[in-house]
Design a protein. Structure first.
Length: 174
């Protein structure tokens, strides 16, 4: 149980860091292009290595928190997009022992799905006037690169932490 609490605390810490410290480290010319979502990357890890339903619930909770704290145009959009992309990545890639290349592919595809979902909904409600190609080139690809680099940096410790959570859960079940 303590391992799950550590995982949730880590997600909350990343939520705080992505909105504060990261913008201090980002050059001012890129601050309007890059919106990192490290919690989303962690949800992909939870979805693949732990369980997709847990990632769905965590995506809904942290997405709603993200909607309330950072963006106010539409409440529930990040919640919907984070929950959906984490769940779908866990549904499509059912591999509890996913190797590094597969996990990086999941992060890239999941980030693209997340950003495309947000773009599509914003386009439907006419909150965005830009084309998909422009958004892909100026916002989505830089975000994907940041998510990829973050996922590469935390792959080993996060995978070990989630494996310890699963090991403790199996031990309690027997």
């Amino acid at each position: 149980m303590a391992r799950k609490q550590i995982l949730i605390l880590l997600l909350f810490l990343l939520f705080i860091l992505q909105g504060t410290v990261f913008f201090w480290l980002t050059p001012s010319s890129l601050q309007l292009q890059i919106y990192p979502n490290f919690v989303l990357v962690m949800l992909f890890f939870v979805s693949i290595y732990y369980h997709r339903h847990t990632a769905l619930v965590l995506g809904l909770v942290f997405g709603m928190l993200h909607d309330i704290v950072y963006y106010g145009e539409m409440i529930g959009m990040y919640s919907f997009a984070m929950g959906l992309s984490a769940y779908l990545m866990g549904l499509v890639f059912k591999s509890p022992r996913a190797p590094l290349p597969m996990m990086m592919t999941i992060v890239i595809l999941g980030s693209l799905l997340f950003d495309s979902t947000l773009f599509g909904v914003y386009k439907v409600f006419r909150l965005s006037s830009s084309s998909y190609n422009w958004a892909l080139l100026h916002h989505m690809l830089p975000n994907i690169l940041v998510h990829f680099a973050f996922a590469l940096a935390v792959y080993v410790p996060v995978r070990k932490q989630i494996e310890l959570v699963m090991k403790n859960q199996r031990r309690k079940a027997t």
